[in-house]
Each structure stands twice: as structure tokens, then as C-alpha cells.
Write a protein that binds this ligand. Structure first.
Ligand code: AMP
Ligand code: GLY
Length: 437
């Protein structure tokens, strides 16, 4: 592999900051660019103001800077066919083509594939009109889950506890709540259990499992309140035991990768399975066709190997030659979001204390919605920072991450105060059992 490559990362979130931070350490990289990037990414990569959906501008930029490899972070450009467009222009990239990105781009597509190949997931039906959807819901057990078929920035899933709420939701979605993404809906059985995020790289044939993680989707402590893009994460996720990982690979991941190849749409890139760990084993909640955010940040914090050869081997079809080493320690991340998120929030507020937080041992500050202006860092998004720490236990990683949070001076921001609680309960339980034995 050449050792003076020009790399372009597409995206502007915490996930892309973590990818840039990781790739910037690769001895194979000559210049690292990010489009459009954010205030933190600017410290490790050269940010270029190109929108992720502007494919002609991305291709022009790749040609003018002789980019050797493009790493696509978010789902939207993947579903719109950025990898197809780059391929057509002769530019190598990491990520699935549009036909395979449909695993995230259309929930109906994903569910039909699961049904056809016997992949464990919630029972479901697809609908394109309100009256049939309501008639179906009336005959189901509550709560019931209603999803817009297309991409809805993580907001397209509603769990209805009552028939009234379900019917209202159906009307709202068909009334245009999520625009075109809601032209079709999927109604599915509610699954209970503990959630986990499982990631693999695949080149369409070979599968390389990455580390496991757990996200915290709800905005409030104790997993209460509205769903968000993710308020914190840690890796590894103890709920993903060896046995659970094997079951996930055998019953979910391998059949999916084989099915996509079968259908002439081989999946290449990172396949992210959102899992519900139930009494009968892992069941698929959804597929994402990219790294999770904030899960990517904790994965990158634990990765010891160079990431670039693994991403390139995924694109080249040579993944079977790759293995990755992970730190045995736990990485834990606390998201700091703008007050009001996931609803309306103030923009362009000033964040101080970033240097103090980053100076704490084993603490890394990843930026999401920030920009640099006149020597200051301003908050520009809903999720703004990911304060990440490495520790020997979840408890220790949690303490370090919150000491980082404390150093941040940003009155217009908030965070959850219990990230990692499930794993910490397990640690306490484990110690108790050890004492008793
Ligand atoms: P998704 O955007 O599909 O990941 O869904 C967002 C969140 O909704 C998931 O992380 C789960 O917490 C919840 N969810 C989605 N589908 C189901 C389901 N069938 N049963 C229970 N919870 C679900
Ligand atoms: N952390 C959830 C997601 O990336 O979709």
C-alpha cells in the first residue's frame, strides 16, 4: 500500500471527527481533507466547504487534489449514490453503493429481506395508505411501532402506547410529517430487551467484526424522554457476550451479506446492526450502512491498528487479509447537546474550557455541531461535543468522561448524567457475586 495518500472524509459530525482523528495518525496518509468538517476536525484535517450531497463538487475536488480514497461518513449521500458516482468517476471510496445502502434507506426493503431470508426481526407489515394501516393496527397488541420507510434523520420511529396515538401518528406521517420519507410506512411488533450496536466491515464476501458498543438514545437520565441521535455510548457492550456475537454473526450478519450478494447488490462498507437482545437471542431492530454516531467515537478511541488499510481492503475486496487490534480498556462518551435538543435550540453560543477538558489524562474531546470563528468555538448543532474517556472499568471511564464534562464551560449545553449505567450495574452485580463466591 502506498504511504503518501490523499484522503477525503465526507461529513461533519462527531463520527467524522473520530474518523479524521484516527486517520490522521496513519503513516500512510499524506494530506487529510474533510468536507465540510467542523470546528474540531479542523485541528486534524483540512476542511473544505463542500456539501455532502454536492456530488459534482466532491468529484471536482477529488480530481484537483488527486484524492486516492474517499471515506463517506453519513447515510444520506450513500443512499443518494455518492459511491456509485465516485466509482463512475474512477475514484476509490469506502461505503456501499446505493442499491446496498437501501438496507438503511428503506425500512421496507430491509424488512422484506429479513422475511425472505429468515433473519430474526420484529413481525411487520408495509403500508402506503392510512386506512389499511389503521385497520392493521386495530388488530395488533400495544405498544406498536410505526416507522417512516425512508431516511428521517433518526426521528422516523414512533412507539405508540395507545390506539389513538397510533392512528394519529399514521395520519401525521401520511400527511407529510417526514416528507417523502413517509410516503410508505412500516408497522411492527414492539420488542423488549436491551439494545446493542454491532459493527462489521464487509467487502461483500469476507466479514470482519469490529467492537461492540451501546448507545443511549433517549434524551433524559434513566432512558426517559424523546429519542435522539444518541446521547452517549461505551464500548465494549457487556451484553454482547461471545455467544451473543456468534449468534448475531450466524443468524443476522452472514445471511444478510449473502442475501445482498445473491441479489446482485453486494454490500461493501460498514454494516451496523441495531440489535434487541431478547430472551430468544439477538433480533434485528434496524440496519445502518455507516458507522454509528456516537458509537464510532468509542470504537476509534479503542482501536490500536491503523484504520486506513482496513477501510481500503473493504473497498478492494481483500478484507480477508485484515485483522484489527483493540485496546482491552473501556471507552465511554458523554454527548453534550444544546439546551432544547432534540427540539429547537439556540445556535452560535460560545464554548469555553475545551483545552482544559482535553488536557485531562485519557480524555478526548470530539466535536459534532461546532464551528471555529475568530479564535472561538461556537455551537452550531443539536449534538455538539462528545467527551470521551478510556478507563479500566466502565465506572472509571465514566468518572473521567464526566471530569471532562465539568471542565467545559458552556451554559447553553446539557448532557445526561448516567451514561454507562447498565454496564456499571453489571460491574456492581459482578463484584457482589465475586464476594459471595
Ligand atoms: P431506529 O431508528 O430504527 O433505530 O429506531 C430508533 C429506536 O426505536 C431504537 O433504537 C429502539 O429503541 C426503538 N425501536 C425501533 N424499533 C423497535 C421495535 N420493533 N421494538 C422496540 N423498540 C424499537
Ligand atoms: N447512534 C445511532 C446512530 O448512529 O444511528
Amino acid at each position: 500500500m502506498r504511504n503518501n495518500m490523499n484522503i477525503l472524509v465526507i461529513g461533519s459530525g462527531g463520527r467524522e471527527h473520530a474518523l479524521c482523528w484516527t486517520l490522521s495518525k496513519s503513516p500512510l496518509v499524506s494530506t487529510l481533507y474533510c468536507a465540510p468538517g467542523n470546528g474540531g476536525i479542523a485541528e486534524v484535517a483540512s476542511c473544505v466547504s463542500i456539501k455532502v450531497e454536492d456530488f459534482p463538487a466532491i468529484i471536482d475536488f477529488c480530481r484537483s487534489k488527486t484524492i486516492d480514497f474517499v471515506v463517506v461518513g453519513p447515510e444520506a449521500p450513500l443512499v443518494l449514490g455518492l459511491v456509485d458516482a465516485l466509482d463512475a468517476a474512477g475514484i476509490k471510496s469506502f461505503g456501499p453503493r446505493a442499491a446496498a445502502a437501501a438496507l438503511e434507506g428503506s425500512k421496507g426493503f430491509m424488512k422484506d429481506l429479513c422475511r425472505e431470508y429468515g433473519i430474526p426481526t420484529a413481525a411487520y407489515q408495509r403500508f402506503d395508505n392510512a386506512s389499511e394501516a389503521k385497520a392493521y393496527v386495530a388488530a395488533q397488541i400495544l405498544p406498536i411501532v410505526i416507522k417512516a420507510d425512508g431516511l428521517a434523520a433518526g426521528k422516523g420511529v414512533i412507539i405508540a402506547q395507545t390506539l389513538e396515538h397510533a392512528n394519529e401518528t399514521i395520519d401525521e406521517i401520511f400527511g407529510g410529517l417526514f416528507g417523502g420519507a413517509g410516503a410508505e410506512i412500516v408497522i411492527e411488533e414492539f420488542m423488549s430487551g436491551e439494545e446493542a450496536s454491532f459493527f462489521v466491515l464487509t467487502d461483500g464476501d469476507a466479514i470482519l467484526p469490529l467492537a461492540t458498543a451501546q448507545d443511549h438514545k433517549a434524551v433524559g437520565d434513566g432512558d426517559t424522554g424523546a429519542n435522539t441521535g444518541g446521547m452517549g455510548a461505551y464500548s465494549p457492550a457487556p451484553v454482547m457476550t461471545e455467544q451473543m456475537i456468534t449468534a448475531t454473526l450466524e443468524t443476522i450478519i452472514k445471511p444478510t451479506v449473502a442475501a445482498m450478494k445473491d441479489r446482485g447488490a453486494p454490500f461493501t462498507g460498514v454494516l451496523y446492526a441495531g440489535l434487541m437482545i431478547t430472551e430468544t437471542g439477538p433480533r434485528l431492530i434496524e440496519y445502518n450502512v455507516r458507522f454509528g454516531d456516537p458509537e464510532c467515537q468509542v470504537l476509534c478511541a479503542r482501536l490500536e491498528s491503523d484504520l486506513l488499510p482496513a477501510l481500503m481492503a473493504t473497498a478492494d475486496g481483500t478484507l480477508r487479509d485484515i485483522s484489527l487490534r483493540w485496546k482491552p480498556e473501556i471507552a465511554l462518551l458523554v454527548v453534550m447537546a444544546a439546551n432544547g435538543y432534540p427540539d429547537a435550540y439556540e445556535k452560535n453560543t460560545v464554548i469555553n474550557g475545551l483545552g482544559e477538558a482535553a488536557a485531562i489524562d485519557d480524555v478526548i474531546v470530539f466535536h459534532a455541531g461546532t464551528k471555529r470563528e475568530g479564535g472561538k468555538i461556537l455551537a452550531t448543532g443539536g449534538r455538539v461535543l462528545g467527551i470521551t474517556a478510556i478507563g479500566k472499568s466502565v465506572k472509571q471511564a465514566q468518572e473521567k468522561a464526566y471530569s471532562g464534562v465539568k471542565a467545559i464551560k458552556w451554559p447553553q449545553g446539557f448532557c445526561r448524567s448516567d451514561i454507562g449505567w447498565r454496564a456499571i450495574e453489571r460491574e456492581i452485580q459482578g463484584k457482589k457475586l465475586q464476594k459471595e463466591a
